[in-house]
Design a protein around this ligand. Structure first.
Ligand code: PHE
Length: 496
């Protein structure tokens, strides 16, 4: 529709002798279109600089609705005059014969025109004719206005005063060819593409200007994943208990820090490629604290610090192998070594970050997941400290009842699996693993012999699944996660 009008207008401009359309109103009539639609097209062509536009102001008198009635049925003054008999009539009688508006307005006008007079001589006022006949001048003037003719100013003013006509104003436009005139509108390019640059076609393209006032699309990102919400709650609990966060930004670790420093023998099944992702490139690390490395080798081979060791030939090449860290205890190990080098001070550390295991993926296992790790390093710590610390930690998570079961880790002795009673699920469940780090691990680092470390670890996914009622880990993490779940999951409330 608008496109047809546009086409007709541009064509007419092209065809016209002086390159103009004198009046858009006439144009609209000629093409049988509503002038308002033509104006819409004109404004858009003007914005594209294809045409230039000058305003033309118009005005014209039009009849009011009262005047429309006079035009068809005669003016009230004539009606009143006709109602006055040749010998006159009392004012009261005359008024009773005519509708109120006719008698009021008609009487006033007929008096003014001196068509009738009020005779008060005989007591009761009588209306008498002053002329024999009248012509309906008002009706004739209104007919002239309706026909579009102009009235002498005095007559127009009188009709305006009687509110029988009013001035109607409107605008049309004189249109001429603009700087970018063409008979077809050029589609403006909205984007500069690499193809345009490569082919050089951008030179002949016209680009749509940016609209910097437009609001743009509301961003729909910025939602925290449930794992991140639970992580922040764990972090708050650790911080409230006086723990410091360890730097965990090294997913790639050497076997030395991930296994050897933790007194995990080189033949340990967990070091097998079935459980560990080894790196092909770079396949090996080469920088280690050599004196510490020598002490680790010695304790693996023939013990020390009250231990018999493993009695095998420890290989540096095995310790050099790079891997994706299988637990954040590798981070604890680095931190404890650092603490020993800086001169021992009591410390409480935690971390919450990603670890990797080469496991078959099923509804409760993923090849990468998050571990929550905590440790306390101080003189004279006992299993009692470990149990009390775990009780405090888990009760802040909302798990008040704990049970412990003896377990085995190469780097802790004693070791305990932690079971918690979940009131949500109404059952006991394994919630973590813990223990006291072995002297075989701590003393080669250079920590004093009376320093003990109590430590524990748990997965972040497990409590998150319980808190958010998710029973398949693949709905929580990985490529099958639904974005709407991430957007709409509630805040994390713990320990209530
Ligand atoms: N590293 C252990 C695991 O991966 C957890 C743990 C941490 C156990 C600290 C004892 C002490 O399961």
């Amino acid at each position: 529709m608008a496109a047809d009008i546009e086409q007709a207008l541009l064509q007419q401009l092209a065809d016209s002798a002086d390159g103009s359309i004198p009046d858009s109103g006439d144009f609209a009539t000629a093409v049988s279109q509503d002038h308002l639609k033509v104006v819409g097209v004109i404004k858009s062509l003007e914005a594209a600089e294809m045409i230039t536009v000058e305003d033309i102001s118009h005005s014209r008198f039009v009849l009011t609705s009262e005047a429309q009635a006079y035009l068809s049925a005669g003016s009230p003054e004539v009606k009143l005059f006709n109602a006055v008999p040749a010998d006159g009539i009392t004012l009261a009688q005359l008024k009773s014969q005519l509708p109120g508006d006719v008698s009021d307005v008609g009487f006033k006008q007929a008096m003014q025109q001196r068509w009738v007079a009020l005779d008060k001589a005989a007591g009761e006022p009588r209306v008498v004719r002053k002329v024999d006949s009248v012509t309906d001048g008002a009706q004739a003037q209104l007919a002239a206005v309706a026909a579009g003719n102009e009235l002498p100013k005095a007559e127009a003013d009188a009709l305006k005063k009687r509110k029988l006509i009013k001035l109607d104003t409107w605008k049309t436009y004189r249109v001429a060819k603009g700087a970018k005139f063409a008979t077809q509108r050029k589609r403006q390019a909205t984007e500069l593409t690499s193809e345009m640059i490569a082919s050089g076609s951008w030179r002949s393209k016209e680009f749509k200007p940016f609209n910097f006032n437009s609001m743009g699309l509301p961003p729909s990102g910025g939602h925290l994943h449930p794992l991140m919400k639970v992580r922040s709650q764990y972090r708050k609990i650790f911080v409230a208990m006086g723990f410091q966060e360890m730097p965990t930004n090294n997913y790639v670790e050497s076997s030395f820090w991930n296994f050897d420093s933790l007194f995990q023998p080189q033949q340990h099944p967990a070091r097998d490629a079935h459980d560990t992702f080894f790196l092909t490139s770079p396949a090996a690390s080469d920088t280690f604290p050599e004196d510490y490395l020598a002490r680790v080798k010695a304790v693996h081979e023939h013990g020390g610090h009250g231990s018999a060791g493993y009695g095998y030939c420890w290989k540096r090449s095995e310790a050099q192998k790079n891997l994706l860290r299988t637990h954040t205890t590798a981070v604890s190990s680095r931190m404890l070594y650092k603490l020993a080098q800086e001169g021992f001070k009591p410390a409480k550390y935690f971390s919450i970050d990603r670890v990797f295991r080469n496991e078959a993926v099923d509804r409760t296992h993923l090849a990468e997941f998050h571990q929550v790790e905590g440790l306390v390093c101080d003189r004279g710590l006992t299993l009692g400290h470990l149990i009390a610390t775990l009780q405090e930690f888990f009760s802040r998570l909302g798990m008040k009842e704990l049970r412990f079961k003896p377990a085995f880790n190469p780097y802790t002795e004693p070791s305990m699996e932690i079971f918690g009673y979940s009131s949500e699920l109404g059952k006991w469940m394994e919630v973590g693993n813990s223990g006291m780090f072995r002297p075989e691990m701590l003393q080669p680092m250079g920590l004093p012999p009376d320093v003990n470390v109590i430590a524990w670890g748990l997965s972040l996914e497990r409590p998150t699944m319980i808190l958010y009622g998710i029973d398949n880990i693949r709905d929580l993490f990985g490529h099958k996660v639904s974005l709407s779940m991430v957007k709409s999951n509630p805040i994390c409330r713990m320990g209530l």
